[in-house]
Design a protein around this ligand. Structure first.
Ligand code: NAD
Length: 444
């Protein structure tokens, strides 16, 4: 099928490449001319493992192309996927201006039957807004509005797109549903479940999924606080509850709070949607509050470990909101670094992939080229993102270059007993020394 994907960011580019790999003819279009020029030249504007290879393969085989020509790509497509950003507004709600702008562009150029598919995460009711925009242009009879939320995780986006846990399709007409199934045909042979529902339910599924996952994270972060107060080990507690098949082991790693381009904005948006409809979504409100508290707690942890941080050098290992991505949006390292700077700390930092994005975000941070340069003359080192290279540091070397051997491990990467034996003053999350460890820690 001829498909156009509008918006060539983390989701649009993976969607375009993935749909091309499924055998569709895909045009990826963006208003960012520099991005499209780079893609045409074979460069990938973001860091996402495996993306370069799948883009190159499908472009070489003629199924994937890149353009800024919205008119031509809308006219030639049978299905148009909207994958533009829906950032958070000041009141917490999702900013729909890019989605609405694209809907108006589609309405202006469409000249035949089109499947208009929303991949962007959008508030419940957005499908109806798009329909109204198309209707205003007198073209409602040509359009089928579909919601098809995306659940990929940055860092494993290709695998998630090519082998998703499920595909959700929200549509109201049979032809649209059949066309969507055709687009995703290879997933039928992999026996991927399809959840077919109405547009509103589909839009809500995405927010409910992210709200639930964020709840798990805030929950385990609070359990970590309790572990510190009561003498427990959050790794063992996570394993103990995660082995219950009703709970499951994922998203139960204590950390510095959730971040990234989705969880913070999507949880804020679902809370705002509920409020607008006269309901206070109490669990989500609490999840957001806990996340703010946990982020502040990270700053306090460093201060507790170092004492007065004013004038002290603090090294930060990892800046992206999680490993295997360069995405800095809403990363918990932002309030961490700003909080430490506010207390007068001098911050040095390194991330394997997010340095370019980070440089644009921070003032007065000394960026380093690896963990050892970051640790040099530091009064404390913070492990903020659990990149693999930080899991296997040469600890003797780290210790020998630091001014004081103080490590604050906000990802629980290292074993407290081993770190102490190695001569570090080591702080982590929710792993009290009071209780003797009796089981194997969870592999993270
Ligand atoms: P992004 O900011 O990386 O990409 C958006 C792209 O859209 C940009 O390249 C921008 O130039 C382009 N764009 C904006 N207006 C345009 C227009 N009028 N015409 C053409 N292109 C336009 O965003 P993203 O991270 O890919 O997220 C896109 C959507 O997918 C969001 O709603 C997000 O919530 C959702 N989502 C994101 C993820 C994720 O992990 N990033 C996962 C699932 C869902």
């Amino acid at each position: 099928m001829n498909i156009t994907v509008i918006g060539t960011g983390y989701v649009g580019l993976v969607t375009g490449a993935g749909l091309a790999d499924f055998g569709n003819e895909v045009t990826c279009v963006d208003i960012d001319a520099a991005k499209i020029e780079a893609l045409q030249a074979g460069a990938i504007p973001i860091y996402e493992p495996g993306l370069q290879a799948i883009v190159a393969k499908n472009a070489a085989e003629g199924r994937l192309r890149f353009t800024t020509d919205l008119e031509g790509s809308i006219r030639s497509a049978r299905a148009i996927f909207i994958a533009v950003g829906t950032p958070q507004k000041a009141d917490g709600s999702a900013d729909l201006r890019y989605v609405e702008e694209v809907a108006r562009t589609i309405a202006g150029f469409m000249d035949g039957p089109k499947l208009i598919v929303t991949k962007s995460t959008v508030p419940i009711g957005t499908g109806r807004i798009i329909e109204a925009i198309i209707d205003e242009a007198g073209k409602k009879h040509l359009a089928s509005i579909v919601s098809n939320p995306e659940f990929l995780r940055e860092g494993s986006a290709i695998e998630d797109f090519m082998r998703p846990d499920r595909v959700v399709i929200g549509a109201s007409d049979e032809e649209a549903i059949a066309l969507m199934k055709e687009i995703y045909a290879p997933l039928h042979t992999l026996e991927v479940p399809f959840v077919v529902t109405n547009v509103e339910s589909s839009e809500l599924i995405k927010y409910a999924a992210n709200g639930f996952l964020a709840t798990k994270i805030s929950f385990i972060n609070e359990i970590a606080v309790l572990c510190e107060k009561l003498g427990g080990d959050v790794q063992d507690v996570a394993r103990g509850i995660g082995l219950d098949s009703r709970i499951g082991p994922k998203f139960l790693q204590a950390g510095p709070g959730f971040g990234g381009s989705c969880f913070p904005k999507d949880t804020a948006a679902i809370a705002e949607i509920a409020r607008r409809h006269g309901y206070s979504f109490q669990i989500i409100d609490a999840v957001l509050k806990v996340n703010e508290d946990i982020k502040e707690r990270s700053v306090r942890k460093v201060i507790e470990a170092v004492g007065d941080v004013s004038g002290k050098a603090i090294g930060i290992l990892g800046l992206a909101f999680k490993p295997e991505t360069d995405d800095m949006r809403d990363s918990p390292t932002i309030p961490l670094i700003e909080g430490l700077q506010l207390q007068g700390a001098r911050v040095r930092a390194y991330d394997p992939q997010a340095m370019e994005n980070a440089r644009r975000m921070f003032d007065n941070v000394e960026f380093c080229h690896d963990a050892y340069q970051t640790a040099r003359d530091c009064d404390a080192l913070v492990i903020a993102t659990e990149w693999n290279e930080f899991r296997a540091l040469n600890l003797d070397r780290i210790k020998s270059v630091m001014r004081s051997p103080v490590i604050i491990d906000l990802r629980n990467v290292y074993d407290p007993a081993r770190m102490e034996k190695q001569g570090f003053r080591y702080t982590c999350l929710g792993r009290s020394k009071v209780l003797h460890r009796t089981s194997t820690p969870v592999a993270s």
